[in-house]
Write a protein of this length. Structure first.
Length: 225
């Protein structure tokens, strides 16, 4: 069984959505361990115990405390530590809220460079069409396109090495990148922008993407796929 560390809970993204969203994937294959107050819990030694980290959390302490999660000289694990973790062979999957770090203070820019994007905005919740951008192991068995009702994230992609496998479109948000991967040292990183509501997490096609993404990340560097 693979132990997976799940970071979740901020003022705009309550942990319950992620906890219930991952329930269909729990079982004999994965053991999810949830952390909400990451600022006071995570250490470099702790994250090294997990082969995969799911970050579903913006830069806030918890849903009840909007103070920044990242604070120089206080927070022990920030963008640089996550990068070191991946480059040494760890895996990191950033889902929805994990991509909304804004500003340039207290390590936010370093985190943005690590995940390879900068959040710009999103229109009001709307119908979003998700479409396969290329053949990729993460899109194996997934429909060529499907629709969800979600926040349609608009992102600036910073990573020149982003391997884009999923795109999104809405009438109000236009055409956007919704999923990509990066090889970083000995490890792997994947970004998914959908996932604000539980109905998105429970969508059958999105569930396939989630499971494929976790397995792709866990396969590690050197996988033939």
């Amino acid at each position: 069984m693979q132990r997976i560390l799940v970071l979740c809970d901020d003022i705009w993204h309550p942990a319950e959505v992620v906890e219930k969203g991952l329930l269909p994937l729990a079982g004999d294959r994965y053991q999810f361990e949830f952390v909400k107050a990451a600022k006071d819990i995570l250490t470099v030694e702790m994250i090294a115990e997990f082969p995969l980290i799911l970050c579903c959390k913006g830069n806030g302490v918890t849903s009840g405390n909007p103070a920044p999660w990242f604070e120089n000289t206080v927070t022990e694990v920030m963008g640089g530590e996550f990068r070191d973790y991946v480059e040494r062979g760890g895996a990191f999957l950033s889902i929805h809220a994990g991509n909304v770090f804004t500003g340039d203070k207290d390590g936010v820019q370093e985190y943005n460079e690590f995940v390879g994007n900068r959040f710009l905005s999103h229109p009001l919740r709307c119908e979003v069409t998700l479409k396969k951008a290329k053949e990729h192991p993460i899109m194996r068995g997934v429909a060529e396109e499907f629709r969800v009702r979600d926040e349609h994230y608009q992102m600036e992609i910073l990573a020149r090495d982003a391997d884009i496998f999923l795109t999104s479109h809405s009438a109000t948000g236009g055409n956007q990148i919704a999923g990509y991967t990066r090889q970083m040292g000995k490890g792997r990183l994947c970004v998914l922008t959908p996932g604000h509501t539980l109905s998105v997490w429970h969508n059958q096609e999105f569930q396939k993407i989630l499971q494929n993404a976790m397995q792709w990340c866990l396969n590690g560097a050197g996988d033939s796929e």
